[in-house]
Ligand binder design. Structure first.
Ligand SMILES: Nc1ncnc2c1ncn2[C@@H]1O[C@H](COP(=O)(O)OP(=O)(O)OP(=O)(O)O)[C@@H](O)[C@H]1O
Length: 351
């Protein structure tokens, strides 16, 4: 019997290794659970409630993405993880699913999961995703708005899952007595941006406020610089590192080219030249801020091409109007673009 069990364990390890190779998943850590082969395994291996599997199929999610295959099995086994996978690879579902499977909805004044996002737009988007996935169960999913962080009565609030940016959450903890001592899941989404934006101390105090000893923390990111990995290791114990594709790489479906422009003016010349060489509309131009977006728009608007711009100062109606126009080039800021979900194909980065 001992020999048989050992053989079975070896076969299991081999099967996991084959799956990881197939999906370009790289892990470090000991005894890492095998990646999911399919969403059906959520039921057969982890006893997932049928409403959740139903919601997945209603949302059109048939197969887990590589990051979902590995992160979900790790989080469901109670391990912490920090995960690096390209933008758009389905990281949101990778942390939402285990949380919705494990926490019990219902009680007032008891936050059970916290998701920290670097921007308000991303926090709003994650809240919407979470509500869609939790449909059919009485989960209290709350987005930390400015009003809520300043005046919220968290003791009487039904909030199982709280999605917030760091400063608003920190304010609510310090000024509104928000109790996070029973949080079972803490997720730092887009953690590279969270740390880049200088939130290290605030995040540190949020991590301390989530004082439940059996908390499961996870970090999701599109890049994993050494500094973030080092920080992650200081707040997590026995965490598994997951990398999908190559570390700090973009999606393999995107062809990238880096052009050295020398000066600010040179960037504009290079961009115009790239349009002259190939204009395969619609084209998206990402810039760093709304000021840069407006500036570039003013430069390009008089060229003989149809160009438009979206940024945080536009009203919802103005953005909706843009959806119906035959735009050739759209200048935008990444988070604002993601928030409004345009369907475009050719992407160029200006900043
Ligand atoms: N298993 C799946 N099958 C099909 N589509 C999926 C699956 N999981 C997620 N998606 C869809 O893929 C898109 C990208 O997912 P998501 O926003 O979670 O990516 P991400 O890795 O968090 O990207 P970012 O780094 O930009 O935040 C979303 O529209 C999401 O609904």
């Amino acid at each position: 019997a001992v020999v048989r069990r050992r053989k079975e364990a070896e076969r299991e390890i081999e099967r996991a290794a084959i799956l990881r190779k197939r999906y370009d998943i790289h892990i470090s850590g000991h005894n890492v659970p095998a990646p999911l082969e399919s969403f059906e395994e959520l039921v057969s291996r982890y006893d997932c409630d049928s409403y959740l599997v139903g919601n997945l199929s209603k949302l059109g999610f048939q197969e887990p993405t590589p990051i979902q295959r590995q992160a979900i099995s790790i989080l469901l086994s109670g391990r912490e993880c920090f995960a690096c996978a390209p933008t758009g690879s389905g990281k949101t579902l990778a942390f939402l699913l285990p949380m919705l499977m494990k926490i019990k909805p219902g009680s007032k004044g008891c936050v059970k999961a916290v998701i920290l996002c670097p921007t308000r737009e991303l926090a709003a988007q994650t809240t919407r995703e979470c509500k869609k996935l939790a449909k059919g169960r009485k989960f209290g999913v709350k987005l930390m708005t400015k009003d809520l962080s300043q005046d919220g009565n968290f003791k009487d609030m039904h909030c199982d899952i709280l999605v917030s940016t760091p400063l608003r959450l920190d304010h609510a903890i310090r000024k509104r007595d928000l109790d996070l001592s029973r949080v079972e899941y803490l997720v730092l989404d887009e953690s590279d941006k969270l740390f880049e934006l200088g939130f290290v101390e605030v995040i540190d105090s949020i991590v301390k406020a989530c004082s439940n000893p059996s908390i499961i923390r996870s970090l999701f990111s599109a890049t994993l610089p050494e500094t973030i990995e080092a920080l992650a290791r200081t707040i997590m114990h026995d965490a598994v590192r997951i990398i999908v594709g190559r570390k700090n790489s973009a999606s393999s479906m995107i062809k990238q080219k880096l052009i050295f422009a020398g000066t600010e003016r040179g960037k504009l010349i290079a961009l115009r030249q790239s349009f002259a060489e190939s204009l395969n509309p619609p084209v998206l131009v990402f810039v760093q801020s709304k000021e840069r977006a407006k500036e570039l728009y003013r430069e390009l608007v008089y060229d003989d091409i149809r160009v438009d711009v979206i940024h945080g100062d536009l009203t919802e109606e103005q953005v909706l109007l843009l959806h119906n126009l035959p735009i050739l080039i759209l200048i935008t800021v990444p988070v604002v673009f993601c928030f409004h979900c345009f369907n475009t194909v050719d992407i160029r980065l200006a900043d």
